[in-house]
Design a protein around this ligand. Structure first.
Ligand SMILES: *[C@@H]1O[C@H](CO)[C@@H](O)[C@H](O)[C@H]1NC(C)=O
Ligand SMILES: *[C@@H]1O[C@H](CO)[C@@H](O)[C@H](O)[C@H]1NC(C)=O
Ligand SMILES: *[C@@H]1O[C@H](CO)[C@@H](O)[C@H](O)[C@H]1NC(C)=O
Ligand SMILES: *[C@@H]1O[C@H](CO)[C@@H](O)[C@H](O)[C@H]1NC(C)=O
Length: 768
């Protein structure tokens, strides 16, 4: 019989119950008991949902109050000393490690002030995990037994589960050494963590568990020899626990380059992502041992599209042919953590489009149908309905817009190259802008006050007319313009009071996008995002941002930047289509934005900024051809969006924290780029830009912190940079938009920043 398996289910709850209770716990409004109770309820309802859907292998320990990797650090007592000093409860220690803790001295208890551990992106997803942080003094031991408790909790509900734990090689490889132990190589800790894993497996087996899922997603990365051979060491150690089956799971890529690490491992089963890399099937089939099972990940854990049963069936059949039905398991490609919980109540979606989607709850049914059909049960009517839906989507006028397809097909060199090289553009731009040395600007957004959000909601609900709302937005823009004039900035922005989110705002105006009301996905901790969905060929029927920019420019004599979100960022922060490649989608967005850029120029906007903060995160996980192809098309998309303007129009771009290699920044050919520099201590980084002809704005203060840097601090920083970077290409700006800041600190910080720029302007002008 072919079994069905789900590698993990979203823990946030259908109506964000986890976020609500966690945030009230942080605010001191909910007790620890209330927090734990909601956790138990969410786990119970997720298990029941899966059981009722007929899923055979249901995961436990996929739940977490903050992050599953952080949970494992706590379980193995990988807790840096700074979090131990304060006698915090287990729950508070976890939150302190995840998000930092600042608590004033109270009732005789001393003050606490610890920053969070580093948080990093979980592979190429939009989830972020808390990095295990090791030091020489880490006292490895089992600390609590969360996986066992949660296994037993499910068992008491009559539900047999398979606990999931991040595997030993991935746990170490994804971690880092703490600042007091920089010489410590995390992988060298394998002999210390293996006994803990072995003890955990034994406890699970004693509690009645029959198998365990050990996730080893690092197998899809480029791994050095010693990392590859660590798998043999690790799994030979763990395989000694014969009473429990180990299923080793990988996802988000192909394991083929690391295949030899998997050969002959003493594990009962292997799982692979055959949505992302279906072509790896032949290679993995060749290494499945004679008594091992193969879990085929055919239902996408990363996207929202209805499964194409016929396509999945081909994969499943091939596996069954080789191994027999008893050794094949039909599974989700990864945990469903990365998909929204339930499609059912998305009533705002057109029925035609809604029928194309499948969220986590719907995906449960998909794995079950595929597994049962493969076991010979009759699902002909379901299969027919699925085939009809897939065909309808492929043929739909919503999916296909011949005009857009033609435009992308007609892409040529000229459409992605500016009329003149930077040097000549600069000569034409200088007399227009007459900017001083060290020109100052900001990144785009200004504080989004409560007043702005209230008015936006009122307008959305129809409580105020569009005219009233427009007047309100104009008044906000005017305030921001006057403020910048007063502070003495050189290139102004309109402040973006009309925008809710940098992708959603444009997505709502681009044809081919749809939105959910409740399609939340965890990004980290209690921060969830609701990505827009690309359903069809993309185009821009009407101007999206021209009105606000033109209004702002009409009330000042200083240049005002038009502000847009770039094609790659729009793509990365959406659920993309799975029926055409990402490059094509990026180029469609690029053409839509090109129309906007050209309209802004035609309306008299002389400086236009196209932001690409997500360009770095789209980088494929493995080096090599795929990565260079990505970098090429990402840069090409940016140039398509921005090269339609005359030599005289100045194009800016901003990358926020995306640590982009200077040579890839150069490929965009923007006139001015701004990069985060407030947290970089590395003077070599800026030296790499010395041969970059275009201008750079170095983000000089961290807008994520309410701290106000003094004028002297700015001066020191600029002075240090000037040692390896020329004054005549140097713009001065903060490192990100100011949306989340308050007015008071914004004013103080920007004033100091402008004063520092003036200081250097005087020095350098006297020199000339
Ligand atoms: C597979 O299982 C059979 C029966 O238990 C056993 O005889 C055989 O040695 C096993 N093969 C491997 C490679 O472990
Ligand atoms: C359903 O099962 C039949 C018979 O095993 C198989 O030929 C077919 O490919 C399966 N289809 C799907 C969509 O799983
Ligand atoms: C969907 O809406 C119905 C009716 O309001 C409600 O009973 C149900 O709980 C909702 N489902 C979810 C997942 O929120
Ligand atoms: C831009 O500059 C190039 C090179 O100097 C020149 O050939 C071209 O005519 C200019 N284009 C416009 C629109 O001014």
């Amino acid at each position: 019989m072919v079994l069905s398996s789900v590698l993990g289910f979203p823990r946030i709850g259908a109506n964000r119950e986890l976020k609500k209770v966690t945030e009230s716990y942080w605010a001191g409004k909910a007790t620890e008991e209330e927090l734990l109770k909601v956790g138990r309820e969410l786990r119970a309802s997720n298990w029941k949902l899966q059981k009722e859907a007929g899923v055979d292998v249901i995961a436990s320990n996929d739940f977490s109050y903050y992050d599953q990797v952080l949970d494992l650090s706590l379980l193995f007592n990988v807790v840096p000393d700074r979090y131990r000093k304060h006698d915090l409860s287990a729950v508070d220690t976890m939150f302190a490690m995840g998000r930092g803790l600042q608590r004033l001295a109270k009732d005789g208890a001393p003050a606490v002030d610890v920053t969070a551990l580093e948080m990093v992106k979980w592979f190429d997803s939009n989830y972020h995990y808390v990095r295990p942080t090791f030091s020489h003094s880490t006292d490895f031991k089992l600390n609590g037994n969360k996986p066992v408790e949660e296994y037993l909790e499910a068992k008491q509900l009559g539900i047999e589960t398979r606990p999931v734990v991040l595997g030993p090689v991935s746990f170490l490889y994804l971690g880092k050494s703490d600042k007091d132990s920089l010489d410590l190589e995390p992988l060298s800790l394998l002999p210390k963590v293996l006994p803990l894993y072995a003890e955990l497996l034994k406890q699970l087996s004693d509690a009645g568990a029959k198998s365990v899922q050990l996730d080893e997603p690092v197998l899809v990365l480029d791994l050095a020899e010693d990392v590859q051979s660590a798998f043999k060491t690790a799994y030979e150690h763990l395989g000694a626990e014969k009473s429990l089956d180990i299923v080793l799971t990988t996802y988000f890529g192909t394991v083929v380059p690391n295949l030899k690490a998997l050969v002959d491992l003493p594990v009962a089963g292997l799982h692979f992502d055959l949505v992302r890399n279906p072509e790896q099937l032949d290679d993995v089939l060749a290494i499945v041992g004679e008594n091992q099972s193969l879990s085929v990940g055919v239902v996408d854990g990363r996207n929202i599209w209805k499964n194409d049963f016929a396509k999945s069936a081909a994969t499943i059949s091939k596996a069954i042919e080789k191994l027999g039905g008893d050794r094949v398991i039909v599974a989700t490609s990864s945990s469903l953590l990365h998909t929204p919980v339930d499609l059912e109540n998305e009533s705002a979606l057109e029925p035609e489009i809604k029928d194309w989607f499948s969220f986590a709850t719907q995906k449960l049914h998909e794995v079950v149908v595929l597994a049962k059909n493969a076991s010979g049960e009759d699902f002909s009517s379901e299969l027919k309905a699925n085939a009809d839906s897939i065909a309808a989507r492929a043929a739909s006028a919503i999916t296909n817009d011949p005009a857009v397809q033609e435009r992308v097909a007609g892409l040529n060199e000229k459409l992605s190259t500016r009329a003149a090289p930077f040097g000549e553009r600069l000569k034409e731009q200088q007399p227009i802008f007459k900017l001083p040395l060290f020109p100052t600007t900001t990144i785009g957004s200004f504080p989004q006050t409560k007043d702005i959000r209230i008015n936006r909601n009122k307008h959305a609900k129809g409580a105020i007319s569009t005219e009233e709302y427009t007047n309100f937005i104009n008044s906000q823009i005017e305030e921001v313009i006057r403020f910048q004039e007063e502070v003495g900035l050189d290139v102004l922005v309109h402040g973006e009071p009309e925008r809710n989110d940098m992708v959603q705002y444009f997505g709502e105006k681009i044809k081919g996008y749809v939105f959910t009301v409740n399609g939340w996905v965890q990004s980290y901790g209690s921060r969830y995002v609701r990505p827009p969905i690309i359903v069809g060929d993309l185009s821009r029927p009407l101007p999206m941002s021209v009105r606000e920019s033109v209004y702002a420019q009409s009330i000042t004599t200083k240049p005002v930047k038009g502000m847009l979100t770039g094609p790659v960022t729009c793509l990365r922060w959406s659920f993309p289509r799975d029926d055409i490649d990402q490059r094509t989608q990026a180029l469609q967005l690029a053409f839509a934005l090109r129309d906007e850029v050209n309209d802004l120029e035609a309306a008299g906007i002389k400086v236009i900024q196209v932001d690409e903060p997500a360009i770095r995160e789209g980088l494929p996980l493995r080096a090599g051809e795929e990565r260079s192809a990505y970098l090429n098309w990402a840069a090409q998309a940016f140039r398509v969006a921005t090269s339609g303007v005359s030599n005289k129009t100045q194009i800016h771009s901003h990358f926020c924290y995306s640590d982009l290699d200077p040579k890839h920044i150069k490929a965009l050919d923007a006139d001015v780029v701004s990069i985060e520099f407030s947290k970089k201590d590395d003077p070599n980084y800026i030296a790499e830009f010395q041969d970059y002809p275009n201008h750079i704005g170095l983000g000089l203060f961290d807008i994520h912190s309410p701290r106000v840097p003094s004028k002297e601090e700015f001066i020191q920083k600029i002075d240090a940079i000037l040692k390896s970077y020329p004054a005549d290409k140097f713009w001065v700006n903060p490192d990100c938009g100011l949306k989340t800041r308050g007015w008071e600190e914004t004013k103080a910080s920007l004033t100091n920043m402008v004063e520092a720029a003036k200081h250097f302007r005087n020095i350098h002008t006297k020199k000339d």
